[in-house]
Design a protein around this ligand. Sequence first.
Ligand SMILES: Cc1cc2nc3c(=O)[nH]c(=O)nc-3n(C[C@H](O)[C@H](O)[C@H](O)COP(=O)(O)O)c2cc1C
Length: 145
Amino acid sequence: MCLAENAARLASLGPAGIDLNFGCPANVVNRHGGGAALLNEPETILAIVTAVRRAVPAHMPVSAKMRLGYSDDSRAIECALAIADGGADELVVHARTKTQAYKPPAYWDRIVDIRAVVNIPVVANGEIWTVDDAPAAAKPRVVTC
Ligand SMILES: Cc1cc2nc3c(=O)[nH]c(=O)nc-3n(C[C@H](O)[C@H](O)[C@H](O)COP(=O)(O)O)c2cc1C
């Protein structure tokens, strides 16, 4: 797999870690099956992360970034589990789909759902502008009626 070969080459240059981007929304990337397009194929994400993890020295962190999905967030948990099960050390979640692009809001509640099922650190990303936003992005919203 090209990604694993490239990761091994990168690792030989001595980086702090290898980061995989399953969040890129650029059409030029997505139409070739890269970035957020892979969020429609959690099984491919699992294969990629597994192959990259194996290709990189064990002491070197492998991290990954994802969005919540391509056109909807129905497979967000599957994608997050694929990343964790593939052996990633850390997961960054940009809490929007590709279709949502960079439009507010970011759906931080879904980050909480993901944190509940994966066994690796999860970093919240998206629409965090103030010091107060940061803890809010990491906690379930309290809904009052
Ligand atoms: C012009 C632009 C370029 C970006 N390039 C990258 C990138 O190379 N890698 C990456 O992981 N995220 C990239 N992002 C996404 C941001 O890191 C971040 O996930 C996104 O903007 C959501 O955070 P925000 O709501 O605070 O903007 C880019 C965003 C923008 C607007």
